[in-house]
Write a protein that binds this ligand. Structure first.
Ligand SMILES: CC/C=C\C/C=C\C/C=C\C/C=C\CCCCC(=O)SCCNC(=O)CCNC(=O)[C@H](O)C(C)(C)COP(=O)(O)OP(=O)(O)OC[C@H]1O[C@@H](n2cnc3c(N)ncnc32)[C@H](O)[C@@H]1OP(=O)(O)O
Ligand SMILES: Cc1cc2nc3c(=O)[nH]c(=O)nc-3n(C[C@H](O)[C@H](O)[C@H](O)COP(=O)(O)OP(=O)(O)OC[C@H]3O[C@@H](n4cnc5c(N)ncnc54)[C@H](O)[C@@H]3O)c2cc1C
Length: 645
């Protein structure tokens, strides 16, 4: 900030905690913080990684620009001999959806998780050096959620020792895979395995799609891009592909390992939610401190919009959720590592819980984040609608996360199956463990009474936890009892699916709250850091309680009076967080390049930069617009009407 006026300096001076220590907590460790900081600056200072022109480029130019950036990123990774961790951070800060996301995020993990040793030795070195580029081709035109309904077949031919991959119908065309349309040379293709005329369910196969010499599709393969997607710029940097038919190499793995890849990717999507959410919140918070409306007395300054309680009531729960998702993401990473080690030792016992947690938290965090980005746009008033605010593009890129890697409702129904199984086993030998351990106290939770008598009582983590546990246990048991009334359980499951989804949401919210509370039990250094995190944890929990008051009241987990006291406590927490708001978003340590927002600039110098940015629009290249002579001048001169007379 040398030589630059910091319009947010007063705000920064108000902070009551050690921001530098909070940065470490947010990053996860000092090592990750230092590495991220160094790589973020490297990307921000490289002109090739410029991204402020994305909204105005044509699809073809946008796509070519993405290829250029990906190639440049790879060049820098090699030149600087970056480690895998540094390289992945570099791709993160380049911040452009590209085929490389799928290559590194799905193709490589699928091979690592599903291929045999021999296959890994063949394919991984090529993939690591990017001598082949891969994608993940599961979804078809006709089926995405229903993986068992995929139509593509892989028929083993013992004569040639090959699998023949066949898409017999239009609906069996692979449709959506990122990177497939124009770039990938290889794919992990999911198909129904057929040997000796017998079907063995869906398996993954490594298929070469394009020639490594001239990039043309191999014989029998038709490939293309599926067309423009939501939002200009945004996810249109990605080629999502359609393909039909092909020959292939082979694979033969247990079904559970195929699931392992989905568990991995869903886990990364939860961590990514905290990044997207914190980014939107950072923009909205800084701008809310800069923006002033109303309230001026005798010609004095107007009120900063961040001081309006309604603004705080909309913004601070999102800020709290960004931190909450960060910590639940950390925990989920641990859970995934644990389940992977067990899978490698052929222990599949914890996979159902890992599946339920990753599916449920992927659903909860992406739904919340997509809604929150849109709320942040509204929190920035009219200027939030400008592309230069960064929010429209962030929303357009982010919102498909609610659909890809499992539609969010379909995933919550998976959680519901797990919950119902847990309830049905209560009282048996099989005791609930991990995230469902609270169900082991179901008798207590069904009849306990919340002890809150005054607003401050809601600051007790055990009180919050018990209210959330009681609500979830009671909702789960109630829906399980209704299910039991159906002669056909599958019919009952379909009929009661809205209630089941609500119980799943409650369970997932409980997980997030409990992991935040667990985080606070750790040793967290730095003046005021733990105190601020405690406030955010309470805001996260009490805001959910307020938003889902119906659940808490109808299950009798709290009384109406206690609900009202929770709301009083929330308002008081907002006042305590307010002086720390700017410092709390500074702790994300985002560069202006990564934020990509005039409204969220670190220095708060919003208006001159908005003005400058507007002049850069191609429409402003000429003072008189193209089309004036054909369409405006004739109107103004009434020439058309005169011609008719
Ligand atoms: C810009 C990007 C930003 C961030 C992302 C960050 C990093 C990621 C990197 C790159 C990403 C970039 C772009 C996005 C790419 C998106 C890629 C995709 O979308 S790939 C396609 C993904 N498709 C799906 O997720 C399909 C959803 N459907 C399913 O998961 C399942 O088929 C189903 C809905 C679970 C099926 O249900 P069904 O009841 O039919 O179940 P099955 O018969 O299949 O299974 C029975 C049995 O197995 C259990 N089970 C199911 N799934 C899993 C699992 N994943 N793990 C463990 N166990 C599983 C199920 O519960 C049943 O158990 P049972 O009851 O019998 O005990
Ligand atoms: C940007 C983007 C990138 C993608 N990248 C890839 C990729 O790289 N590779 C890949 O293989 N795929 C990819 N996909 C595909 C993605 O995984 C699927 O679109 C996703 O799994 C949802 O499946 P679907 O499209 O079949 O939705 P559908 O299942 O058709 O959903 C339509 C509606 O039906 C509802 N519904 C469906 N089943 C049920 C049910 N049982 N009960 C109640 N409601 C139900 C859903 O909730 C939804 O409202 C991508 C998709 C997008 C948008």
């Amino acid at each position: 900030m040398d030589g630059v006026v910091d319009h947010l300096a007063d705000e920064r001076n108000k902070a009551q905690f050690d921001v530098e220590e909070m940065k470490i907590v947010w990053a996860g460790s000092r090592h990750v913080f230092e590495l991220s900081d160094r790589i973020a600056r490297l990307v921000a200072s490289d002109p090739v990684f410029r991204k402020d022109n994305r909204a105005t480029l044509s699809r073809k130019d946008l796509f070519k620009n993405t290829l250029r950036k990906a190639a440049h990123a790879w060049k820098r990774i090699i030149e600087l001999r970056l480690s895998e961790e540094e390289a992945s951070k570099l791709r993160f800060y380049v911040d452009e959806a590209a085929f490389t996301d799928l290559h590194w995020g799905m193709f490589v993990p699928a091979i690592k998780g599903q291929a045999t040793e021999e296959q890994q030795q063949k394919w991984l070195p090529l993939a690591y050096k990017m001598q082949i580029i891969g994608c993940y081709a599961q979804t078809e035109l006709g089926h995405g959620s229903n993986v068992q309904g995929l139509e593509t077949t892989a028929t083993f031919d013992p004569q040639t020792d090959e699998f023949d991959i066949h898409s017999p119908t239009l609906t069996s065309s692979k449709w959506w895979p990122g990177g497939l349309g124009k770039v990938s040379t290889h794919a992990v293709v999911y198909a129904r395995l057929i040997t000796d005329g017998q079907e063995h369910g869906v398996h993954g196969f490594i298929v070469q799609l394009r020639s490594l010499d001239d990039h043309l599709p191999l014989p029998g393969i038709t490939i293309g891009d599926i067309g423009m997607k939501f939002g200009n710029g945004a996810y249109n940097t990605m080629d999502n592909g359609v393909t039909r038919n092909g020959k292939c190499v082979r694979s033969n793995v247990p079904r559970q390992l195929i699931y392992g890849t989905m568990v991995f990717v869903r886990q990364t999507i939860v961590s990514d939610a905290s990044c997207a959410l914190s980014r939107a919140v950072c923009i909205a918070t800084r701008y809310s401190a800069v923006r002033r409306q109303f309230g001026s007395q005798n010609g004095g300054v107007e009120t900063q919009v961040i001081d309006y309680k309604t603004q705080q009531n909309r913004l601070f729960p999102l800020l709290a959720a960004a931190y909450a998702f960060r910590f639940v993401g950390e925990w989920l990473k641990w859970l995934y590592t644990d389940v992977t080690q067990r899978l490698q030792a052929n222990d599949f016992s914890t996979l159902p819980e890992a599946h339920a947690c990753t599916a449920g938290l992927k659903s909860l965090t992406t739904t919340f984040t997509a809604d929150a980005i849109e709320e942040c746009r509204k929190l920035c008033g009219g200027h939030g609608y400008l592309c230069s605010s960064g929010l429209p593009e962030l929303f357009a890129v982010y919102v498909p996360a609610c659909t890809y890697e499992g539609d969010n409702v379909v995933l919550l129904l998976q959680v519901a199956r797990f919950l119902m199984k847990t309830v049905s086993q209560l009282g048996s030998e099989k005791k609930p463990v991990g995230t469902t351990a609270y169900m082991g106290r179901v008798e207590h939770l069904m009849q306990c009474r919340c002890s809150v008598q005054k607003a401050e009582d809601w600051l007790n983590p055990n009180t919050i936890l018990e209210a959330f546990e009681a609500r979830t246990a009671r909702m789960s048991v109630a829906v399980a009892q209704k299910l039991a009334q159906f002669a056909n359980p599958e019919e009952g499951f379909l009929e009661l699916s809205p209630n089941l989804v609500e119980a799943s949401v409650a369970h997932c919210q409980l997980i997030v709250v409990s992991k935040f509370i667990e985080k606070l039990q750790q040793d967290i250094p730095g003046k005021g850091v733990k105190e601020l995190l405690g406030m955010l944890c309470n805001i996260y929990a009490l805001n959910i309680l307020h938003k889902h008051l119906g659940d808490f009241l109808s299950t009798g987990s709290i009384t109406p009076k206690q609900g009202s006291l929770a709301n009083d406590q929330l308002r008081s927490l907002y006042s305590q967080v307010r002086p720390n708001a700017i410092a709390l978003v500074d702790a994300f340590n985002y560069t202006d390049h990564y934020l990509g927002s005039v409204l969220g600039r670190y220095d708060g110098n919003v208006y001159p930069k908005l003005y400058e940015e507007a002049w850069k629009d191609p429409l402003n290249d000429s003072v008189v617009p193209d089309g004036y002579h054909e369409y405006i001048r004739p109107l103004l001169k009434n020439q058309l009407r005169n011609a008719r007379l």
